[in-house]
Design a protein. Structure first.
Length: 307
């Protein structure tokens, strides 16, 4: 009766990595317990999560280097690994909520989220690619599209393309306040998607800025976002709270790869109580105001009945 915050299975979104091949399952070295799955195994993994009550999945592709190019053309190619994965999961589990990631980096030979020219990111030219990618995801069966690229104007651009093509039911979960963070390291290992040169500081946010998140939130809301996401979660709980207090849209937070890796590493060394630390972290994100929590801990928490 006096506990102020509740955390439930319906708050959780489980990120899943997809890899080419058959019967493939490879663990991410820096993320113990997290695997890249070929589509056949991905279906098994989704099924076992659904049996635990987990229904929302965010898919990310590991793309072979030979398929990468400066314009990320693999990202919207018919029959690509990612588009097949979306369609297969949706076909076998129509009641699953499929969230897809829109950004160039897994498919870009530059490893950036936008087109690179002379060392600079071309914001407006990138929108066209993001639009094609988002439309391809919607056509494959995505329920929610999550643009993680941080280009300016992409939410409105993608919304217009989806609506013009009859996908007005597909929602947009915007990475609204995505910081240029060191905590994405293990994720870039998982996808082999690290920038080949430079960094992402010209489009991801400066960790020193809080008020700027409100500008991003206002723009995203006006452009038609359905969710506002803060990422990473833990070093930015103040930003989660800020968006919760100053906006009307649901707030999501991404408990990212590096945050997961820290707990796993410490637990493996016997330096902290993994169950308590994990549940404290998830509850803190919920307490700060997020109702949607993307977390690599999601499945384990349910499997081990910690929740
Ligand atoms: C790429 C993307 C990243 C993550 C989600 N989408 C990495 C990045 O921006 O370099 C990170 C997720 C994580 O660390 O768990 N657009």
């Amino acid at each position: 009766m006096v506990q102020e915050t509740q955390l439930t299975t319906s708050n959780l979104i489980f990120p899943l990595f997809v890899i080419a091949g058959e019967r493939a399952k490879s663990e991410v070295d820096s993320m113990p317990g997290i695997y890249r799955y070929s589509i056949d195994n991905l279906l098994r993994e989704v099924e076992s999560c659904m049996n635990l009550g987990l229904r929302a999945f965010d898919l990310f592709p590991n793309i072979d280097d030979t398929l990468k190019d400066p314009l990320a053309s693999e990202s919207y190619r018919e029959g690509s690994l990612y588009l097949r994965a979306i369609a297969e999961v949706k076909k076998h589990f129509p009641e699953a909520c499929i969230i897809t990631d829109v950004a160039m980096d897994p498919y870009s030979s530059d490893g950036h989220d936008g087109i690179v020219k002379n060392g600079e990111i071309l914001n407006d030219e990138t929108l066209e690619i993001l639009g094609r990618m988002a439309l391809a995801h919607a056509q494959a069966g995505a329920d929610i599209i999550a643009p993680s690229d941080m280009m300016d104007g992409r939410i409105g651009y993608i919304r217009r393309i989806l609506d013009a093509n009859g996908h007005n039911q597909v929602s947009l979960m915007s990475y609204t306040a995505k910081y240029a963070s060191a905590f994405y390291g293990p994720f870039r290992d998982a996808l082999n998607s690290a920038p080949k040169h430079g960094d992402k500081k010209t489009y991801q946010m400066n960790p020193a800025n809080q008020r700027e998140a409100l500008i991003e939130a206002e723009l995203d809301a006006l452009e038609g976002a359905d969710f506002l996401m803060v990422k990473p979660a833990l070093a930015y709980l103040d930003v989660v709270k800020l968006l919760k207090d100053h906006t009307q849209l649901p707030v999501a937070a991404y408990n990212v790869s590096g945050e997961y890796a820290m707990i796993k590493a410490a637990a493996r060394n016997g330096w902290l109580d993994e169950q308590r630390a994990t549940m404290e972290v998830l509850m803190s994100i919920r307490r700060a105001g997020a109702t949607a929590i993307l977390s690599y801990h999601a499945k384990e928490v349910l499997e081990k009945k910690w929740l």
